[in-house]
Design a protein around this ligand. Structure first.
Ligand SMILES: Cc1cc2nc3c(=O)[nH]c(=O)nc-3n(C[C@H](O)[C@H](O)[C@H](O)COP(=O)(O)O)c2cc1C
Length: 186
């Protein structure tokens, strides 16, 4: 067996099957805000409450996160797909102009918080490490709030999808499979 890494395109082809919660990572005060759509967000430990976020070193928000020392993570709800598109650079909006989409206000740390996001965390940057093209930011969670009734926005196989919608699609798919293999719909 080779110990060499697999081809990067093959890797991407594998990983696109893994659904990810879509978040917007943001930093800065009104008039000077930066943010990006990110799915590489993960809870690390609750001792102390810490999350990690992987941000491309070329992203506009990369250096501001380091300079400001604070950032927010806004896990998007299914009705916030337009926010995801704007912050992924799919429109011409950049920097402060991205915050015209969605209802944003400063949190207790001053970091931008998106109303109605599934989960909203404010973090103090505790450390960061460069790994190839990306930097892993470690954030200690200073404050948080959540909308327990909201349905999360996921990204999978190149498309945005709501969790409930994807579960329904899975059920429909399962029904089709029963039909195809068994000839009967149960
Ligand atoms: C669903 C989705 C998830 C993404 N996840 C990340 C991520 O975790 N980290 C990252 O650096 N870029 C991620 N991106 C890409 C950035 O959103 C995109 O490159 C953005 O334009 C960077 O901001 P900039 O235009 O300010 O440089 C993701 C894009 C999409 C559509």
């Amino acid at each position: 067996m080779s110990a060499e890494p697999i081809d990067r395109h093959v890797f991407r082809g594998l990983m696109r099957n893994v659904p990810g919660q879509v978040s917007v990572v943001a930093t800065g005060a009104p008039g000077n805000r930066m943010g990006l759509t990110a799915s590489a967000v993960c809870s690390l430990t609750d001792l102390p409450p810490t999350v990690i976020v992987c941000v491309n070193r070329t992203a506009g928000a990369h250096d501001p996160i380091i300079r400001n020392g604070f950032f927010s993570i806004n896990a998007l709800a299914v009705h916030q797909e337009s926010v995801a598109r704007v912050f992924s650079g799919a429109t011409r909006a950049y920097g402060e102009a991205r915050f015209e989409t969605g209802n944003w206000s400063p949190g207790v740390t001053g970091a931008p918080i998106l109303a109605d996001a599934v989960c909203r965390l404010e973090c103090r940057l505790s450390e960061y490490r460069t790994a190839s093209s990306h930097t892993v930011f470690f954030g200690q969670v200073i404050a948080g709030s959540a909308s327990a009734e909201a349905s999360p926005l996921l990204y999978m196989r190149g498309s945005y999808v709501g969790l409930e919608q994807s579960l329904q699609d899975e059920r429909d798919q399962a029904r089709n499979e029963v039909c195809v293999s068994g000839g009967r719909i149960k």
